[in-house]
Design a protein around this ligand. Structure first.
Ligand code: GLN
Length: 267
């Protein structure tokens, strides 16, 4: 089942994050170490979203040409495809040339019956948010039809793809728009969908470039915090010390300064 990661910290190249580690997302696309609940490889697409660093201030400054703002918090840029990460001809150069201090990325193993398209690959995006889902909604689509009916019709008409993951993003986004905190938006969505579709696997991952929220509900998740950096990933990217496996039923709320692990229900 899909693998995902999020990073906050000092700027790094996408290559250093996604391609270079011994068990990188790139390697996980063809040789994941921990596939449970179906599938063997993650060949049905991939995606990366990152928050660009502010451009350096130009030679002329003034009210119309402000100093560069903070490095995080603006709208992200995305690159996603419905093909295997290892076969993409553009990614190596793009990843080598792109540097960011806030990244969310995923590789996809499509659930049986769900389409394989560029737009079905995470990250899903809206405004400053990036989102990914590792798992499956059981009984799709009937089990969640009633929940989906609570969304604005426009949101349903503009889903990125007719998949469980795209609907989960619409549900999280709807809560964010209503003013929920990122932690509450993720936790409430997991709780509601788990009640409607028992047995679902609902590892969700959400960031705005400054905070990462991740649920652990049916799949593995690990966290590594370091000097002003945090990495949240479906599986450790290397054998270095410092990775902490997050137990089932938890919610991770992390910034570059550190990670908090709460009970999922009480978030
Ligand atoms: N069910 C989702 C999809 O098909 C996610 C799949 C996964 O986690 N492997 O896109």
């Amino acid at each position: 089942m899909c693998r995902h990661l999020a990073y906050l910290g000092p700027p790094v190249s996408l290559r250093a994050l996604l391609c270079d580690p011994p068990y990188s997302l790139l390697r996980q696309s063809w040789a994941p170490r921990d596939m449970r609940g179906g599938g063997t490889i993650n060949a049905d697409g991939f995606g990366v979203g990152w928050y660009p660093r502010e451009p350096a201030p130009g030679p002329r400054r003034g009210p119309d040409r402000p100093e560069a703002g903070p490095a995080r918090g603006g709208e992200p840029v995305r690159y996603r495809r419905g093909t295997p990460m290892w076969s993409d001809p553009t990614l190596p150069e793009l990843a080598a040339a792109t540097v960011s201090g806030a990244v969310l990325a995923a590789v996809r193993s499509a659930t049986v019956g769900m389409p394989v398209t560029d737009t079905a690959a995470a990250p899903f995006a809206g405004g400053r948010w990036l989102f990914s889902h590792n798992g499956v909604v059981r009984g799709w689509p009937d089990s969640v039809a009633t929940i989906a009916a609570g969304l604005p019709v426009r949101d349903l008409l503009t889903l990125d793809a007719p998949t469980d993951s795209a609907l989960l993003w619409a549900l999280v986004r709807d809560r964010l728009r209503a003013g929920a905190s990122p932690a509450a938006a993720v936790a409430d969505t997991v709780t509601a969908v788990a009640a409607a579709a028992p047995g679902s696997r609902l590892n969700l991952l959400l960031t705005d470039g400054a905070t990462v929220v991740a649920s652990v509900a049916g799949h593995a998740l690990s966290v590594r915090t370091g000097a002003d950096a945090v990495l949240v990933a479906s599986e450790p990217l290397d054998d270095e010390p410092g990775w902490q496996a997050v137990p089932e039923g938890r919610l991770v709320v992390a910034t570059a300064a550190g990670a908090r692990i709460d009970a999922l229900a009480g978030a």
